[in-house]
Write a protein that binds this ligand. Structure first.
Ligand code: C2E
Ligand code: SIN
Ligand code: SIN
Ligand code: FE
Length: 419
């Protein structure tokens, strides 16, 4: 107990050595006055507090060292180099990791010139002008560019640049980091390529209708055609005529740009949809052996809208599907006439989509050459007479010109279906 009292005195007096005499006196009196129990409590508290502070300090110090190590390590892992320019002293300092990135021996003296000498020639102007702007704008900047190292290796780096300026705007210190992003860049590029590829794939999927859906559509078309088509090949023939006429239309200067390979492919596939609306026409009209009354023909004419509506029900799931888009267009407009007297919209001339103008000629040529419940089959010559006399009234005169010029190909194509 006695020892402890003395030690407390020593500690307290030791701790208060630098205090004023008055304070020492007061405290010594106080210490003498407090009882032993209190002294013990105070001592324990002081010792514990000291040791806890010391431990905390030690911990913090360890943490600091560790965090510096971690930072270095992080820089090494992240391949970040640090550089510092003391402007007044004209001294450039590079961190070890900076040397590593530049692949320069660490004993080499750091300099701005050396640094610029390693910038890829194609990026040098950009880096230099940004460096210059730094002094004018006094704003930090960051940029990506390439290094061309002495080994000939190319590296992508990200440079961060900061400056400290005095009141007059003079640079005192310039500092920044440089990060090797070659790997990151190549991963990024790869990701970008991958994304691009994915986008294309998605686009393709959107454009593409599953083959089962395609066969359902064709089955529906076949079914509708079989009702009023004696030979059952009308859609195959009109598809072939559309393709042939589209190919020929390429030679018309005004249409060259419109008639792409994809247009030809699409019209070939979509043209069979043109009369799909006939599913909605009653047998007593569709299969009437004689001429339709005005009333019947009015109902007959609704097949274009019915076809369009039917396809748009499928179409809204395939917004970007060119096949369906053209199918809808052809369904709706294949009975429009060049002079505006057709149905259902009364469109005129080039207001009528080219696909529908091509369809109209192909459809009528086939209808004329074929036997229908309401008509006999006509010869090629008679069919040509009927069609050419409607050039510019019913049909697109430019298309009719090439149709006349290449009519022998249409004749043999029609005949080829009966070989
Ligand atoms: P569709 O039989 O496939 O005929 C398509 C188009 O070919 C007709 O469209 C018409 O422009 C043309 N066409 C067909 N036969 C002749 C013909 O003998 N002379 C001339 N100048 N053109 C002909 P349209 O007239 O709008 O008819 C659309 C559909 O209505 C026809 O398709 C057919 O299914 C039906 N249709 C038209 N007229 C009659 C008819 O008199 N009787 C019956 N039962 N159906 C008819
Ligand atoms: C057809 O008319 O069914 C032939 C058209 C095609 O398969 O693309
Ligand atoms: C119609 O005028 O809509 C049909 C007559 C025809 O073009 O043959
Ligand atoms: Fe039709």
């Amino acid at each position: 107990m006695k020892n402890r009292d003395i030690r407390l005195q020593e500690i307290l007096s030791g701790r208060l050595m630098s205090e004023t005499d008055f304070k020492i006196f007061a405290l010594e009196s106080f210490a003498k006055d407090i009882d032993h129990l209190k002294q013990k409590e105070l001592l324990t508290k002081l010792i514990l507090e000291h040791s806890s502070v010391a431990r905390r300090l030690e911990d913090m110090n360890t943490e600091l060292v560790r965090s510096r190590e971690l930072l270095d390590e992080a820089h090494k892992i992240a391949k970040i180099g640090r550089w510092d320019i003391d402007v007044a002293a004209g001294k450039v300092i590079w961190s070890d990791s900076m040397y590593d990135i530049l692949e320069i021996d660490k004993t080499t003296e750091a300099s701005t010139e050396l640094f610029f000498s390693l910038v890829h020639p194609n990026d040098l102007d950009k880096v230099k002008s940004m460096y210059k702007d730094m002094f004018i704008e006094q704003k930090p900047w960051t940029t990506r560019y390439r290094l061309l190292l002495r080994s000939g290796e190319l590296k992508w780096v990200n440079l961060e640049f900061h400056g400290v300026f005095d009141d007059q705007g003079n640079a005192i210190q310039l500092y920044g980091t440089i990060q090797d992003i070659t790997k990151m860049k190549s991963i990024e590029d790869e990701l970008e390529r991958y994304n691009q590829h994915l986008e294309e794939l998605v686009e393709e999927k959107i454009q593409e209708i599953s083959s089962s859906q395609m066969s359902t559509i064709y089955a529906l078309v076949k079914l509708s055609e079989s009702r009023d088509d004696d030979t059952g090949d009308h859609i195959e023939r009109t598809a072939s005529f559309c393709k042939l006429l589209a190919q020929k239309a390429k030679s018309i200067p005004e249409y060259t740009d419109l008639v792409t390979d994809s247009f030809i492919e699409t019209i070939y596939k979509a043209s069979p949809l043109h009369d799909i609306g006939k599913v909605g026409i009653p047998d007593n009209i569709l299969l009437k052996p004689g001429k339709l009354t005005d009333e019947e023909f009015t109902i007959m004419k609704t097949h274009v809208q019915i076809g369009y509506d039917t396809l748009s029900k499928i179409g809204h799931q395939y917004d970007k599907n060119e096949f369906l888009r053209m199918g809808m267009e052809i369904s709706l407009y294949h009975h429009e006439k060049w002079n505006g007297s057709g149905y259902t919209k009364g469109l005129k001339g080039t207001e009528i989509p080219l696909s529908a103008r091509i369809m109209a000629i192909s459809d009528v040529y086939d209808a004329l050459r074929s036997k229908r419940v309401y008509k006999e089959a006509f010869s090629h010559e008679k069919s040509m007479d009927i069609i050419t006399s409607s050039s510019g009234s019913h049909f697109d005169p430019y298309l009719i010109d090439v149709f006349i010029k290449t009519q022998e190909e249409f004749r043999s194509l029609y005949d080829s279906f009966f070989d």
